[in-house]
Design a protein around this ligand. Structure first.
Ligand SMILES: Cc1cc2nc3c(=O)[nH]c(=O)nc-3n(C[C@H](O)[C@H](O)[C@H](O)COP(=O)(O)OP(=O)(O)OC[C@H]3O[C@@H](n4cnc5c(N)ncnc54)[C@H](O)[C@@H]3O)c2cc1C
Length: 416
């Protein structure tokens, strides 16, 4: 069924009886060309691009729970391409360009809202770093504007410009950045992939790999064994656990990251704002809630729930940027398990096992990457070589020393 304004009108006039279920519930077949493990944004996007752009339709996405139950439905919805390093910036700009036409590609309203993102700076040195970042973005074809304090005051008068500790001197604006409705992305990719022949199989957990003679021939699941030419891992925060079943120890730690939503307020925050002197970012949802977050909890865990010290830490940082947030009541909060890599950058790569591929290490910024990750992973799966845009995302970069440490933090995953 194709969605359109006309369809909406007709259904509205005829009692809304004609809508069909968004997802079918197929039984797993015994064999596929490609089995994708993980029905999050990246797994579903990979399936869609495999079918649409690379002509591989005998594909299954195996999801242990329901589609969108993972980080794709738990994130704070920010998309942007304001990276500095050459290994990252062109990849994320490619993703942003794909977001810009995603609703047409999927025939699904994922609520892409290019309301802009501003990274605040608080010192002369930070202003210089922002200028450098903005130049790197523009060299890669992205947009970037430096805002001085006067211009920023016009856009965001509620910020605490004269904060004694962290005075706000200006910001780096990317107008094309913004937000996308997170769980709609999962549903949109799933529906579009299914329409191209992909089986989306929910409640099907992968519990092992069938590996013989150095080759992966399929997976064991809670719904029986499934053979496959190629198996593609795409399980974000569960990467360590899943790949251990294939004998791999990854350069990834799993941490819990929390998100917060306030009660609904009248429109106040024009786009996304990030604090430059601590970890805090905020946007306002279309329903009016302030959506915000900060650092991960800082200890290794697979639990998707966080602890109170980080609630305090995030709210403190929020108060330093916009004290009026202290008047808003917190409506809800949740956690997600994030796959933190050693240098803060992801992996899209083959593994040492033939036919077994790995996508992960997205830290707490993988939502914005979803379309590019899916497309480049589909490219790798079909051509057996990385797409040039993802060529830096190799597992062996820690051996060669070609790490992509955007924040310059070193090998401390929770700080990236
Ligand atoms: C609180 C929070 C805020 C965030 N904010 C942002 C943001 O603003 N912008 C941004 O770019 N990124 C953000 N992120 C990060 C982003 O959400 C993730 O990097 C991204 O969603 C990860 O990729 P995914 O969508 O494929 O993961 P997921 O949605 O987690 O998909 C992985 C799936 O694999 C399934 N799975 C696991 N093990 C198995 C198994 N054995 N068998 C079958 N299925 C399995 C899981 O159930 C899950 O559905 C945030 C994350 C969190 C938690």
């Amino acid at each position: 069924m194709r969605y359109s304004g006309l369809r909406l009108l007709l259904e509205g006039l005829t009692g809304n009886l004609g809508w069909t279920p968004v997802l079918a519930d197929p039984l797993p077949r015994s064999r596929y060309d490609v089995v994708i493990v993980g029905g999050g944004g990246h797994g579903l996007a990979t399936a869609f691009y495999l079918a649409r752009d690379f002509g591989v339709t005998n594909v299954a996405v195996l999801e242990r729970s329901y589609v969108g139950s993972g980080n794709v439905g738990r994130n704070t919805t920010i998309v942007r391409s304001n990276y500095l390093l050459p290994g990252n910036e062109p990849f994320y700009e490619f993703a942003l360009q794909k977001w810009e036409r995603l609703e047409r590609d999927l025939n699904f309203n994922v609520m892409v809202s290019q309301r802009g993102i501003i990274n605040l700076f608080h010192s002369d040195a930070q202003r210089d770093a922002s200028i450098r970042r903005g130049n790197a973005m523009r060299l890669a074809g992205a947009d970037a504007e430096l805002l001085d304090q006067g211009r920023l005051r016009e856009l965001c008068p509620f910020l605490d410009f004269d904060n004694a500790r962290f005075p706000i001197r200006g910001g780096l604006l990317q107008r094309r950045g913004g937000t996308v409705r997170h769980d709609a992305v999962a549903w949109g990719y799933a529906r579009a992939a299914q329409a191209l022949g992909v089986d989306i199989i929910q409640n099907c957990e992968v519990t092992g790999f069938d590996i013989a003679g150095g080759r992966c021939r399929g997976v064991a699941t809670t719904r029986g064994p499934i053979a496959a030419e190629k198996v593609a891992s795409c399980v974000a925060g569960s990467s360590g656990r899943l790949m251990a079943l294939a004998g791999m120890r990854l350069p990834i730690e799993s941490h819990v990251l929390q998100a917060f939503v306030s009660e609904g307020l009248k429109p106040v925050v024009p786009g996304v704002i990030t604090f430059g002197a601590g970890h805090f970012y905020v946007s306002q949802s279309d329903k009016g809630g302030l959506v915000f977050g900060g650092d991960p909890d800082g200890y290794n865990t697979y639990a998707a729930r966080g602890n109170l010290p980080v609630v305090e830490d995030v709210c403190e940082a929020g108060m330093a940027v916009m004290p009026m947030i202290g008047r808003a009541r917190l409506l809800r909060m949740w956690g997600g398990t994030v796959d933190m890599s050693m240098d803060g950058s992801p992996y899209i790569d083959r593994t040492h096992v033939d036919g077994l591929y790995f996508n992960g290490g997205w830290c707490y910024g993988g939502f914005k990457a979803t379309p590019a990750s899916g497309w480049c992973y589909a490219h790798l799966l079909t051509r057996d070589e990385p797409h040039p845009l993802a060529a830096a995302y190799r597992l062996d970069r820690h051996l060669t020393g070609a790490v992509i440490d955007e924040k310059g933090q070193g090998a401390q995953p929770n700080l990236h």
